[in-house]
Design a protein around this ligand. Structure first.
Ligand code: MLT
Length: 208
């Protein structure tokens, strides 16, 4: 498939099975639009995959928004980039004829997916957040009624404090999202347990 020229550099893989929710794949710091395609194919075989590249560069490494230090975000930039990503998703849905996607985001990609849920609640049908943290100190009240969200954290994650991710889960639940939050016996990197849990969750969602 030849990708169309849209607001963000991206890869698009058309669905090969009918009726599956498209996946929006959001890479971590230093990744790109090709990184999570194998994961997407494994998690929900046959689903359409939309995978943009973050437009910010940090020492040459793509990200979805700027940060001031590790875990300290430039919130003005994050708000702007979340709006840009929401615009890109709307554009891509029209261009490729897609339903609202479920995001699968890792690390920096999980953080912008969480920001999308909190700032642009109509954009995602749900989200798998792999090693997320609270993206914004303050957000306006938001209605995420019934939106399914899976959060997978690492018990030995040196980047994400447990209290921080716990507060994200609470905030999403308070907004009405249906949140499953598991803490795996791993660090910040992805593990086989992430693939197994996320795949099972997405398969259940697709069957619901
Ligand atoms: C972030 O900057 O979004 C988080 O610290 C995770 C990372 O990308 O390292």
């Amino acid at each position: 498939m030849t990708e169309l020229s849209l607001g963000l550099t991206h890869r698009f893989v058309p669905a090969t099975a009918p009726g599956l929710t498209p996946l929006l794949l959001l890479h971590g710091t230093g990744g790109d639009e090709t990184d999570l395609l194998p994961l997407g194919r494994t998690l929900l075989p046959g689903a359409a995959l939309l995978s943009p590249r973050g437009a910010v560069l940090e020492n040459g490494m793509p990200r979805f928004f700027r940060r001031l230090a590790e875990g300290v975000f430039d919130e003005a930039d994050l708000r702007r980039r979340a709006a840009d990503l929401a615009g890109f998703i709307a554009e891509a849905r029209t261009a490729y004829g897609l339903a609202a996607p479920v995001a699968v985001g890792f690390s920096n990609g999980a953080n912008i997916a969480a920001a999308l849920l909190l700032l642009h609640p109509g954009v995602l049908a749900g989200a798998v957040l792999l090693r997320p943290m609270v993206p914004l100190r303050e957000t306006p009240p938001v209605d995420l009624a019934g939106r399914p969200v899976l959060m997978l954290s690492g018990a030995a994650d040196p980047i994400v404090p447990a209290a921080n991710v716990g507060s994200l889960a609470e905030r999403l639940r308070a907004a009405g999202a249906t949140v499953s939050h598991e803490t795996l016996p791993v660090g910040h990197g992805l593990s086989q347990a992430d693939v197994a849990q996320a795949g099972a969750w997405l398969t259940r969602l697709a069957a619901a």
